[in-house]
Design a binder for this molecule. Sequence first.
Ligand code: DX5
Ligand code: ZN
Length: 228
Amino acid sequence: MHHPMITMVRLSPSILSANLFDLKGEISRLLDAGVDMLHVDVMDGHFVPNITFGLPLVKWLRKETDMELDVHLMISDPDRYAPMFAEAGADIVTVHVESTDHLNMVLQSISEAGARPSVTLNPATPLSTLEWVLDSIHMVLIMSVNPGFGGQSFIPSSLDRIRSVSDMIRDRGLDVLVEVDGGVDPLTAGPVVEAGADIIVAGSAVFSRNDRDIRGNIRSIMDAVNAV
Ligand code: DX5
Ligand code: ZN
């Protein structure tokens, strides 16, 4: 068994696949199912070929819910915008290592603006990019699809990446969480957790499947997690 200790794996549902016309209803269904975290995918149409949400949504979510706001920035200019998302009320602000030449500076500015800084890597980005930031972040997000869209299939090599990054964190005695995003469903959730994920993101597997039965979909994912 890879995990030497018992950890409570958490689910961070991605509202990218939610019914945005009834976001309030969707959030109350998540709360009823025991979820306490929301994954917000911010895309600028430049770093990734899709456009989604911005600062106003994060501000409204902060005002209306106590859920932990896990904001994933897929934008070209995090130097400028990352602190604004922290000020808007994000609890966690995650930036792509590929999106800035000044990663250390961006992470500092997120902390100064009152959020926990985290980093994420596209599926082909070397894990060595984490070397000099690992001790100053809250979480590493391993992308298990190419960022941009929900509903893609899990890239199998991600499992080795999750294992390696978990080992790096353990070897250094750090307290950094590992989150995994993309193609997580009842089939892939088990292997992802076994490889070392602390937080799993799921969009389509929570909101789109089985006639949008959110409670049942969450139960299927968490059953797979708890079977590990
Ligand atoms: C992809 C986003 C993901 C996405 C995951 O660019 O970062 O958070 O919503 O969607 P699923 O779970 O459907 O792969
Ligand atoms: Zn995401």
